[in-house]
Design a protein around this ligand. Structure first.
Ligand code: AMP
Ligand code: MG
Length: 327
């Protein structure tokens, strides 16, 4: 009881100090093909949350491969040797995507647009694409062909798909936008890419549930502190089934087909959204053994939860994960 009173007082004090609402304020929009929720606990309210959602919209207008006028739509229509000027955000995200592609041995490839468009998960009656079509689309990919210098980008004839990193990158922009406005405690959720800002009023860690990749319910929960990003890539997030085979949306850049690495889900905990998002996709593709090596050699501060196809779990790095009883 005493603890709860202290927590309420702390929240009230925070509210008084920064003129924010004592109750958390939550605002939602649909962007980047997913639901975006911003919950502010201290240091702001509805106006700050709306400003952050407006920032999400601005980012989507630059990074989406499906929104007319975006940098990516422009790049995907450019000639192979054309130098296109893009916004600083797009250039930074491309640079980061290429670097993580390099550090993960090609498991992350931001040039898979031609291939990913063949896999129409949203169709009422999705079809497995023709092998020759997949091969031809794969010919158009290759992260080594993309060149970014300052804000000038040359695609080398590839087409870009930032689906594996955009939500995380935009999450980082949202956190920056909230901080600029004086927000000190908030939770940002971009379709399962979760970012924390500040400590909870009662000092307890943020608890983030990990949905089971095998159906209803949860596999477990992760506890994190201030300034963390938690991203999940799972075959169950987007898929279709044909003739008893599941085809999900995480592609092996070597084959153009859904990655079959023995993993059903990867959750990554990092210090920024882009890294968490990019690595959750990349480690899913890389598989357990390579994932462990990539984190150890390239990202020693990053943690991950791997759920294997048989349901067993492996933790990499320093992660506070509690498995759901009976999961
Ligand atoms: P995520 O849900 O973050 O794992 O990202 C998956 C999305 O990224 C897919 O829907 C594709 O648009 C794209 N994608 C799929 N496989 C890859 C890959 N190996 N590297 C980069 N992007 C990918
Ligand atoms: Mg990702």
């Amino acid at each position: 009881m005493k603890k709860r009173l202290a927590a309420v007082l702390t929240l009230l004090l925070a509210a008084l100090l920064c003129g924010c609402a004592a109750q958390p304020v939550s605002s939602q929009s649909f962007a980047l093909d997913t639901v975006v929720t911003i919950t502010i606990y201290a240091g702001g309210g509805e106006a700050e949350a709306q400003a952050a959602l407006a920032r999400v919209d601005e980012c989507e207008a630059l990074l989406s491969a499906h929104r007319q006028g975006s940098d990516i739509v422009f790049l995907n229509g450019a000639d192979a040797d054309e130098n296109v000027l893009v916004s600083p955000l797009t250039a930074d995200v491309l640079r980061a995507g290429l670097e993580i592609g390099e550090k993960t041995g090609g498991a992350l490839d931001i040039t898979l647009y031609a291939v990913s468009q063949l896999w129409d998960y949203k169709s009422e009656n999705p079809q497995v694409p023709d092998e020759a079509a997949v091969r031809a689309a794969l010919e158009k990919s290759g992260r080594g062909r993309v060149c970014v210098e300052g804000n000038s980008v040359c695609t080398g004839g590839t087409q870009l798909d930032l689906g594996a990193i955009a939500k995380g990158a935009v999450g980082d922009e949202v956190i920056a936008c909230l901080k600029e406005q004086g927000v000190i405690c908030a939770l940002v959720n971009l379709g399962g890419n979760i970012l924390t800002l500040g400590e909870k009023a009662d000092g307890s860690p943020w608890t983030i549930a990990v949905a089971s990749p095998f159906g209803e319910g949860y596999a477990g929960r992760i506890e994190v502190g201030d300034g963390k990003a938690v991203a999940t890539s799972s075959g169950a997030q987007r898929y279709f089934e044909k003739d008893g085979v599941v085809y999900h949306h995480i592609l092996d850049p070597e084959t153009g087909y859904p990655a079959r690495s023995g993993l059903a889900l990867v959750t990554v905990i990092a210090d920024d959204g882009l890294t968490a998002d990019a690595l959750s996709t990349a480690l899913f593709v890389a598989g357990e053994a390579q994932a462990a090596r990539i984190l150890e050699e390239q990202y020693p501060k990053v943690g991950a939860v791997l759920i294997r196809d048989d349901g067993s779990i492996r933790i990499l790095g320093d992660v506070c994960f509690t498995e759901e009883a009976g999961a």
